[in-house]
Design a protein around this ligand. Structure first.
Ligand SMILES: O=C(O)c1cc(=O)[nH]c(=O)n1[C@@H]1O[C@H](COP(=O)(O)O)[C@@H](O)[C@H]1O
Length: 278
């Protein structure tokens, strides 16, 4: 079999052809209820299948949030597994939002779970937390690279509590977030058209206040329910705005269960984001 193209290249193509948008699949109990579904495995199954069927053939990236599936145990994980396979088959890139972070030897097991081709949960990319030290991520970075997959590393998260850790200054002077961004930049050195190691930088930040030129994708959650808008993107991301992957969960999902309404909501975001980035 031909080796898979690196994630960064596949993402660049997807963003250009399908539009700069990641839609999160976050089956909150409140959303299931608003859709007239039970907060149970049948509701989870119906919700997830509706979102994948409506959006996987048009949205660049779908980002299932693992916790919303794990809360239903093994049957919830089976729904997630099916969603990943179906979404990838329909042409969406799947970013597993798992935010894993552990010592290196355990990270190797997380890598085997999400970015190793032979895994039933193989995804195009996974979110990870570097707060056990960036070096602890080495196994997931290497496994992802060997499998044409990507890794998104938390840098400056969209929640207000993140600042106490991420804005703290290191002994050498730069903030913790900047140290992580510098590591990411090194991973992506020389990659064309875009590296496969991304950073997560919330669209909710008043300003980034860090150097975002990491030659990799910048996942920007926080648009919609958390208060950020597409118009905020140029201000937060500055010169790096061309690498931004804006992410929306609830503000698209609340338009369901009508597949047409879900598609219209995601198309609206693509239009607004394109206008903001132009
Ligand atoms: O990695 C993420 O996706 C993420 C990082 C971050 O800094 N903030 C953040 O909200 N997220 C995720 O993005 C989604 C945001 O959902 P909405 O606020 O409904 O659009 C959730 O699944 C969060 O877990």
């Amino acid at each position: 079999m031909m080796p898979r193209e690196p994630f960064g290249a596949r993402l660049r193509t997807a963003l250009e052809t399908r539009g700069p948008l990641c839609v999160g699949i976050d089956p909150h109990a409140a959303l299931l209820s608003a859709w007239g579904l039970g907060d149970d495995i049948a509701g989870l199954e119906r919700f997830t299948r509706t979102v994948v069927d409506a959006l996987a053939d048009r949205v660049a990236v779908l980002k299932p949030q693992s916790a919303f599936f794990e809360r239903f145990g093994s049957r919830g994980v089976a729904v997630l597994e099916r969603a990943v396979a179906d979404a990838r088959a329909a042409g969406a890139l799947v970013l597993m939002d798992a935010k894993r972070g552990d010592i290196g030897s355990t990270m190797a097991a997380y890598a085997a779970a999400y970015v190793e081709e032979s895994s039933p949960l193989f995804c195009d990319a996974v979110t990870v937390s570097p707060y056990l030290g960036f070096g602890s991520l080495r196994p997931v970075l290497d496994t992802a690279s060997a499998n044409g997959a990507g890794v998104f590393v938390l840098a400056l998260t969209s929640n207000p509590e993140g600042a106490e850790v991420q804005r703290a200054t290191t002994a050498g002077g730069p903030s913790v977030a900047q140290v992580m961004l510098d590591h990411i930049a090194r991973e992506n050195e020389g990659a064309l058209p875009l590296g496969s190691v991304g950073a997560v930088v919330g669209a909710t930040l008043a300003e980034a206040g860090v150097a975002l030129g990491v030659n990799g994708p910048l996942l920007a959650p926080g648009i919609g329910a958390q208060g950020a808008t597409p118009a905020d993107l140029p201000k937060v991301f500055g010169e790096a705005v061309g690498n931004v992957v804006p992410s929306v969960s609830r503000d698209v999902l609340r338009h369901g269960p009508s597949p047409q309404a879900l598609r219209e909501a995601s198309d609206r975001f693509v239009g607004e984001i394109r206008a903001a980035l132009a």
